[in-house]
Design a protein around this ligand. Structure first.
Ligand code: NDP
Length: 306
């Protein structure tokens, strides 16, 4: 309110919605072409092993779609489902077997694991060359030092969306909210590698809204529904929302929202990823991409540009 007047402001523009679903479909098409070319020229079929321990319903859904999309890309999929009471030793034995299997180029162990199994011990046991999730310390170290890493799928998917939307990212101010090993930290490394000026914010950051307002590129990977408000966003900025939060909607039905208040943000941002349909679909497509790259590196085949 200004004096007695209510100032009605129409958003000067609404943002471009970044269509992650369409982008991921395009990437999967290119992957299928690359797989066909590798098979024809070298007689090798990229193979992905997915290991699921227990019956977590969300994990089951992910594992099923990973398996389906692997086959659709013309690759081999090997699914290993183990009971919830599997011991760490039994899981490590399976990892050892997959590490030695020449038909398996990528190994993914679906997290979270049951409490009797030490996740870090399992990640450490995966051959770094087959670590298509990019969680092994060797791959984290290579990413940090500019080496040939396997790069975590979700942040690499975000980088692809950003490059697809903005082109060259050189010199842009990037703010990443979240510093997990799976998303925030590798995202920051990738943006640094793309010559952005990078700030990593987290739960102890002072004046988070002000830090966010610096960003030409704002990546939210927090896990708090709609925490980032419209007035935290610099007009024209590109917003990538990694968050997947299930909240109760109208009529007791649950729905998915991101870490960004989408309707507010889209009135200010230049471009924004929706939830669902933004970053989510990219993650599995990049997993397939990483498996193809891992297969090429293990067989001395020139890497396709994916
Ligand atoms: P984590 O819980 O591991 O990390 C969350 C990060 O957010 C931490 O660094 C934490 O800070 C920070 N944080 C928490 N609260 C605040 C706050 N109030 N202000 C500022 N920072 C805060 O989560 P992940 O990185 O694994 O995942 C983040 C989100 O992304 C989740 O919603 C998850 O579901 C989603 N996700 C989506 C994927 C996809 O395919 N699209 C894949 C992976 C994750 P601190 O370190 O100080 O505690």
């Amino acid at each position: 309110r200004l004096g007695e007047y209510t100032v009605m402001t129409e958003p000067s523009s609404t943002s471009r919605i970044i269509d992650g679903k369409a982008f991921a479909a395009g990437l999967r098409r290119r992957i299928a072409e690359a797989v066909a070319a590798i098979k024809a020229a070298h007689g090798v079929t990229p193979g992905l092993a997915v290991v699921l321990v227990g019956e977590d319903p969300a994990s089951l859904v992910y594992v099923r779609s990973k398996g389906r999309q692997t086959l659709e890309a013309g690759m081999n999929g090997f699914e290993h489902r183990l009971p919830a009471e599997t011991s760490e030793r039994q899981l490590l034995d399976l990892i050892d077997q997959l590490n030695r299997d020449r038909a398996v180029h990528g190994i993914l162990v679906q997290l979270p694991l049951p409490p009797q199994i030490d996740e870090q011990a399992v990640i450490d046991a995966i051959n770094p060359a087959k670590d298509v999730d990019g969680f092994h310390v060797i791959n984290a170290g290579r990413l940090a030092t500019g080496g040939k890493a396997m790069i975590p799928c979700t942040p690499l998917g975000c980088l692809m969306l950003l490059k697809g939307t903005l082109g060259d990212l050189s010199g842009l101010e990037a703010v990443v909210v979240g510093r997990s090993n799976i998303v925030g930290k590798p995202m920051a490394q990738l943006l640094l590698g793309a010559n952005c000026t990078v700030t990593v914010a987290h739960s102890r950051t002072r004046d988070l809204p002000e830090v966010c307002r610096r960003a030409d590129i704002l990546v939210a990977a927090v896990g708090r529904p709609e925490m980032i408000r419209g007035d935290w966003i610099r007009p024209g900025a590109t917003v990538v929302d990694v968050g997947i939060n299930r909240i109760e909607g109208a009529g007791g039905k649950t729905r998915l929202v991101g870490d960004v208040a989408f309707e507010e943000a889209r009135a200010v941002a230049g471009a924004i990823t929706p939830v669902p349909g933004g970053v989510g679909p990219m993650t599995i497509a990049v997993l397939l991409r990483n498996t193809v790259i891992a297969c090429c590196r293990q067989n001395d085949i020139a890497e396709p540009d994916l």
